[in-house]
Design a protein around this ligand. Structure first.
Ligand code: SF4
Ligand code: SF4
Ligand code: FES
Length: 212
């Protein structure tokens, strides 16, 4: 067993469990800061972590980080900002407009000061700064690949002194690439089969609906 502090509460937990499991194990109720409950895909369980004997505070996902003796943990609320970036991808027209639209929606992106704050904050180890700079250079396909495994935890946005919102820029680029690319051939073929009636959909089939 290890002893640690989560949200200022001293708890005990088995050494091989995650911060999230430790919190639940200690009888605490989680009503926020959790989504996929351990899959590491929803980005909800943002925490600040300080290990015993270290000064540095790191940002992690609570469901992917193992507890350690003397660790201090604080959950980070989802935060909203006063100036949301809004856009409609369908208004972009063709891909010739992509760069112009990106600069209009994310004018701060070109102000990146290469501080690597976003890289250090990212619990998924993504090259966030590189993704931002590739987008600014117009290398949108390469930028979208950097953000492929982003879980939208927002920690890079929290860390960015220029208010660039790197993950939202990454999502924008990925949406843009998807909207200007040919859809997967299998998907197109299957939709055509459904439209032509060649493939029937039986909504009353067993398991056609999720369990209530
Ligand atoms: S890029 Fe940003 S939002 Fe995405 S996982 Fe990394 S820190 Fe979280
Ligand atoms: S935190 Fe912001 S300013 Fe710093 S490297 Fe990342 S995107 Fe650039
Ligand atoms: S609970 Fe979803 S990423 Fe941790």
């Amino acid at each position: 067993m290890v002893r640690l502090s989560i949200e200022g509460r001293e708890i005990e937990a088995p050494a091989n469990c995650s911060i999230l499991q430790a919190f639940v194990h200690a009888g605490q109720t989680l009503v926020e800061g959790v989504g996929c409950m351990g899959q590491g895909v929803c980005g909800s369980c943002r925490v600040m972590v300080r290990y015993s004997g270290e000064l540095e505070v790191k940002t992690e996902l609570a469901c992917e980080t193992l507890v350690a003796d003397g660790m201090q943990v604080a959950f980070l609320d989802y935060f909203t900002r006063s100036a949301p970036r809004t856009y409609r991808i369908e208004e972009m027209g063709d891909s010739w407009q992509a760069l112009r639209m990106m600069r209009e929606v994310f004018p701060e992106a070109s102000h990146c000061r290469h501080c690597s704050g976003c890289d250090r904050a990212c619990p998924k180890g993504l090259d966030v700064q590189r993704g931002v700079n590739l987008a600014v250079e117009g290398k949108l396909a390469a930028s979208s690949q950097v953000f492929d495994e982003c879980v939208m935890c927002n920690l890079c946005t929290l860390a960015c002194p220029e208010h660039i919102r790197p993950n939202h820029l990454g999502l924008f680029v990925r949406r843009m690439i998807a909207s200007t690319s040919l859809r997967p051939a299998n998907l197109i073929r299957r939709l055509q089969q459904i439209e032509s009636g060649e493939m029937k959909i039986d909504l009353d089939a067993p398991n056609a609906h999720p369990p209530r």
